[in-house]
Design a protein around this ligand. Structure first.
Ligand code: ADP
Ligand code: ASP
Ligand code: MG
Length: 406
């Protein structure tokens, strides 16, 4: 085989401690020894990003997004430097870069910036010198020189975008599970590894809670047809290929069950029932960059309705503050937050042409005495909001119901 360019990404758990960093260094060097060119993207060590977010929240419950990016981008800067040192120790040449240094240019939407372009000259120059290039995941730089981050799980996006831009032969995502499973294997031990999954199914699984891949990275992979191999950094076994439509997809009704425990429900009671009210509420939220997930408006009594919606936990303080403001302007009643919710979903492109899947899902939850608070459906997914304490039981029940362990 000729010389290949491989982009590898190692997630936080794969570099959680000294031993694991050394393990990653060995793996990288192994690929280098075979004559490949390597660009290695790394996430922050272990739970560093979560810890930094927690630290910030102790200082300010609604911190400036620019400053959050300054803070969170430090995590990845630590890991790239340590990995470079570990590779040097093995006698190989490596050089680490931040997103800004390597030329990952983004817009200025702090905490979830979009990649505008990537300058690859610097990487190519170092590769040509025979060096292993290590790039900090999850970060970029705006044209005004401000540091930005690409949203949670954003190292996946860094890897996919680099693979596309460098025309890499392969994009490998190394994580702490052996691949993509029919459900989170940490919740459902009977979950099965999926050998090949389409971009569309992975995208929807990711956006409904399977954090093993960042949803945005899959959008980019799909758009530019980047072949992704998700696999374990602790073994050499093949993992899951994420690709265009594959033959194996046919006949599969439900592909997987996903869980998202990081949403919060906000309910506004006694909302005046007249045209334009929903628009007023959701316009305000959109203007402040809060994206709303599920929305339910109940039957109106006496010209009043209740409106409930879910937002990501990170946006909840802002969403609550804005909603309370709008509620008082439109003379609605109380605004209540509920953190005790989980979103359970089933996903599969095969569901399109099969009636009765929703009924089967509701029936399975009912049999397990799990009450459904909200429902939303699409062509290829059905989601229910339930109480957090039932989350794991619901994953198992639905996994069983749709025969995913077989
Ligand atoms: P990394 O640090 O490597 O980026 P993440 O924590 O972001 O790792 O993603 C890996 C985790 O995703 C796994 O440990 C697993 O618990 C979780 N996960 C959720 N759903 C799935 C799924 N369907 N298949 C595999 N892993 C899943
Ligand atoms: N460290 C970042 C996060 O935890 C990026 C990543 O891990 O992909 O979200
Ligand atoms: Mg991740």
């Amino acid at each position: 085989m000729g010389k290949r360019l491989i982009v590898q990404k190692y997630g936080g758990s794969s570099v959680a401690n000294v031993e694991r960093i050394q393990n990653v260094a060995k793996r990288v060097v192994g690929y280098k020894k075979k004559g490949n060119d390597l660009v290695v993207v790394v996430s922050a060590l272990g739970d560093t990003t979560d810890e930094l977010i927690e630290l910030a929240s102790q200082i300010n419950s609604e911190p400036s997004e620019r400053e959050m990016d300054m803070l969170l981008s430090t995590g990845e800067q630590i890991s790239v430097a340590l990995l470079a040192m570990a590779i040097h120790k093995l006698g190989f040449e490596a050089i680490s870069f931040t997103g800004a240094q390597v030329g990952i240019i983004t817009d200025t939407t702090h905490t979830r910036a979009r990649v505008i372009k990537i300058n690859t000259q610097k990487i190519r120059k170092e590769l040509a010198k025979g060096k292993i290039v290590i790039v900090a995941g999850f970060q970029g730089v705006a044209l005004n020189h401000d540091i930005t981050t690409l949203g949670r799980g954003g190292s996946d996006l860094t890897a996919v975008a680099l693979a596309k831009e460098l025309k890499a032969d392969l994009c490998e995502i190394y994580t702490d599970v052996p691949g993509i499973y029919t459900a989170d294997p940490r919740i459902e031990p009977k979950a099965k590894k999926i050998d090949i999954i389409t971009y569309d199914e992975m995208l929807i699984m990711a956006s409904l809670g399977a954090q093993v891949m960042q949803a945005r990275s899959i959008e980019v992979a799909k758009k530019f047809n980047v072949l992704i191999h998700v696999r374990s950094s602790f073994s050499d076994k093949p993992g899951t290929m994420i690709t265009k439509e594959g033959k194996k997809m046919e006949g599969v009704l439900v592909r997987g069950v996903t869980l998202n425990k990081s949403e919060v429900k906000i309910a506004i009671y006694a909302v005046p029932d007249r045209p334009g009210i929903a628009a007023t509420i959701f316009n305000q939220l959109a203007k402040m960059g809060v994206s709303v997930d599920m929305i339910v408006q109940n039957v109106s009594h006496f010209r009043q309705t209740d409106i409930s919606f879910t937002v990501n936990k990170a946006d909840a303080p802002k969403a609550l503050r804005l909603t309370r403001k709008v509620a008082s302007e439109i003379k609605a009643g109380e605004v209540v937050e509920d953190q005790d919710i989980a979103r359970i979903s089933i996903v599969g492109v095969g569901m399109k042409s099969h009636p009765g899947v929703a009924a089967a899902m509701f029936e399975s939850l009912a049999r397990n005495k799990i009450n459904i608070e909200m429902i939303s459906t699409s062509d290829i997914s059905i989601s229910c909001i339930i109480k957090k304490k039932f989350a794991e039981a619901a994953v198992k029940a639905l996994h069983e119901k749709f025969g995913l362990a077989k």
